[in-house]
Design a binder for this molecule. Structure first.
Ligand code: MEV
Length: 428
């Protein structure tokens, strides 16, 4: 590809309005009028708000929001909004939830809303003494942390605990302090990062060391959401299906290559709820995968077993640092609408429902994989996307998709051929 010699040094870009930035980008990339018009349409997100949420905004990226039905979580029926571009993800949750609904649905719990901030101290001559010196200052650390966020404290949150480790690293011993903070209904990144920054000079003064990093840990293993459910063996198609699913889990438990895919399926559900509610998908993803490797070997986040009655029981546990206040959760109107649909009153309730969705997602993936394979269900929806890509509109989409599935060839060239044939029959 030959590109004209153009500069990415767009002076003053940051200070421009979104339309002016778009014009500059269009000139740079040679976008046609239709593409510019498309990007200029911000849909249901106010351009001023978009421009405040991130930097250098020129447009928005719409992702479909679907509703997972049939979910009963802790005895309460819930409709769960899921934002995802991937077909079959929402349907998978609906199907899994339907198959355990009569048996009571999904039961959830949570370890508590505790986040960890890390402070890295280096160049400490006597790291073990430094560790104990910091631990001796627990009350001062607590007071300094709580003074950072009186509102959080008034809501029942704030400093909870202090942990200090001497870490052996490539650069020698480091003294790593964990501030453990109850962040209540906030995801808590801002709160704990401020506390870590506030404490850093004190740690230097107490130990003679030098602080570099002051930042939360996404391995939020003090904020673990749990979900469990039982699927009656007759509701899932019998013992052979159950045993195939257990075997699929055992494969993931033993093999990181499979565990990565197994956990990706779980995160299909989890991240879709996290995104729909305006929370930080990357934080939750990072936490989940780090948690999956906490024993030193990457493994499955879920566990599957047979109950005394011969039914299938599934359990999922993963860190779930989500909040109801702050950032896009509070500002993005779609996130607010999704939270209203969910009807959750606390970050803990949101975390628990999200874990329930992850478990349901995993159930459906294992069931499909252990029986018909995922391509059958996937292909029907995928065929619709391919039909759209070939230019089908309205009722043509279903007709072309059906033809692709019947031919067993879900490809754009075949879709174009089928579309041509369909239009030919209609005399177009
Ligand atoms: C696809 O997005 C997710 C699956 O690959 C998950 C799994 O294999 O368990 C179907």
């Amino acid at each position: 590809m030959t590109l004209p010699n153009r500069s990415s040094r767009l002076s003053g870009f940051h200070h421009q309005s979104p339309p002016d930035r778009l014009a500059a980008v269009a000139a740079f990339a040679g976008l046609d009028a239709a593409t510019v018009g498309h990007l200029a349409d911000f849909g249901n997100l106010d351009p001023h708000l978009a421009d405040r949420l991130i930097e250098n905004v020129i447009g928005t990226m719409n992702v479909p929001v679907g509703i997972a039905t049939n979910l009963k979580v802790d005895g309460r029926d819930v409709l769960v909004p899921m934002a995802t571009e991937e077909s079959s993800v929402v349907a998978a949750v609906c199907n899994a939830a339907r198959q355990c609904y009569d048996a009571g649905g999904i039961v959830t719990s949570m370890s508590g809303p505790l986040m960890i901030a890390q402070v890295q101290l280096v160049q400490v001559r006597d790291p073990h003494s430094a560790r104990v010196k910091i631990l001796e200052k627990r009350e001062e650390v607590k007071a300094a942390c709580d003074a950072c966020d009186p509102v959080l404290v008034s809501l029942g949150g704030g400093f909870r605990d202090l942990e200090v480790r001497v870490l052996d690293t490539l650069g020698g011993s480091m003294v790593i302090t964990h501030l453990i903070v109850d962040t209540r209904d906030a995801m808590g990144a801002n709160a704990v990062n401020s506390m870590a920054e506030r404490l850093a000079p004190h740690f230097e003064a107490w130990t003679g060391g030098k602080v570099y990093l002051r930042i939360l840990s996404n391995l939020a293993d003090r904020r673990v959401a749990r979900a469990r459910a039982v699927w009656p063996v007759e509701a899932i198609g019998g013992q052979e299906v159950r045993d195939g699913m257990i075997s699929a889990y055992q494969f993931a438990e033993a093999d990181p290559y499979r565990a990565a895919t197994h956990n990706k399926g779980i995160m299909n559900g989890v991240s879709a709820v996290v995104l729909a509610t305006g929370n930080d998908t990357r934080a939750v993803e990072a936490g989940a995968h780090a948690y999956a490797a906490r024993g030193g070997r990457y493994t499955s986040l879920s566990r599957w077993e047979v109950t005394a009655d011969g039914d299938l029981a599934g359990v999922l546990e993963l860190p779930m640092a989500v909040g109801l206040i702050g950032g896009a959760t509070k500002l993005h109107p779609t996130a607010r609408a999704c939270l209203a649909i969910l009807g959750v009153g606390t970050a803990e309730e949101l975390a628990r429902v999200t874990a329930a969705v992850g478990l349901a997602q995993n159930f459906s993936a294992l069931k499909a994989l252990a029986t018909t394979g995922i391509q059958k269900g996937h292909m029907a929806l995928h065929a619709q996307n391919i039909a759209l890509m070939a230019g089908a509109v309205g009722e043509e989409v279903d007709a072309v998709a059906r033809a692709l599935v019947a031919r067993g060839e879900v490809r754009v060239d075949i879709a174009a051929e089928e579309l041509g044939r369909l239009r030919g029959r209609r005399g177009e």
